[in-house]
Design a protein around this ligand. Sequence first.
Ligand SMILES: [Zn+2]
Length: 260
Amino acid sequence: MSLTTNANLPWTYDNPPEWYKRYPYANGTCQSPINIDTLDTIPHMYPPFVFSSKYYLDHLFTSTNTGQQIKTTLFKRTDDDSDDVLWFSGSSLPGRFHFVDFHLHWGHNVRCGSEHEINGHRFPAEVHFVYRNRNSEHIAVLAFFFTVVNDDAHDHSEWKRYAEVVSQLMKAHSTTTCTFNLGQLMPIVNGEFFRYVGSLTTPPCTEGIIWTVFSHTIPIKGKSLNLLRQNVLGTAYRPTQPLNGRTIFRNYYSKYDINL
Ligand SMILES: [Zn+2]
C-alpha cells in the first residue's frame, strides 16, 4: 500500500532492496508485506466491521497514474462533504477510519503479483484499500487477493470495468474519473482474515500500519490483468519482508484454521 502523494519520488519497482538508502524506514524490523504462515498464527474472534451507510452506493472517483502505480481516490468536490461518506469502524480498530485510496499490485505473469503470501503462495494480484483515522492518524489497510478465472460467469464485473478504465492511463500523471462501488469491489463475504502490524509497502515504508488481509479472493479474468501489465506497469509489488517475531492473528473462523 502507499500514501505517498508526490508522483515524482525517485523510486521504482526495479530495486526494492535499495529503497532503504533513500527511505531508511524500509530497513525497519516491522515491514510489509510478509508471508503469512497459517500454522504460526493466533486465533482470535474480532467484532464485525461496520461500514458507513453510503459505502455500498456508487461514488465518483479519480484514478491517477502516479508513475509507480494507479491510485484511486474519491473525486474532490468543493460543494459538499463527499470526503466524509466512506468510512468503517469495528473489528477491534480504534475509532472511525476514513477511506484514502485504493490501488492494485500485480506482476508480469500469474505466478506473482501479490505482496503478501499465504504459506509461501503468491497470488496474481492484491488490492489495498487504505484508510486513515483522522484523530489518531492511524492507518489501516484492508487487503484482498485475486485469483484468475477463465469463464465469464465468475468474472467480477466491477473489477473488469476498473481494469478497462485505468488501463487507459498509460502515461505517468494521467488521470480519469469514473464511478465505482466500493462495497462491490470489496467482497467481505465472511469474517476470514489475518491481522498484524506492519508498514507501507511503498516508500517511505512507514511502520505502524494495521493490516487486515482477507483470505476470500476476488475472481478476475487474465485478460483484465493483462490490460494492466501491458498498459501501465509490468510489475508493481514489493517482495515479502522478515516477520521478526511479530504476531499474526487470524479471525477465528478462518478457513486456514485446520484445528477447528
Ligand atoms: Zn499497496
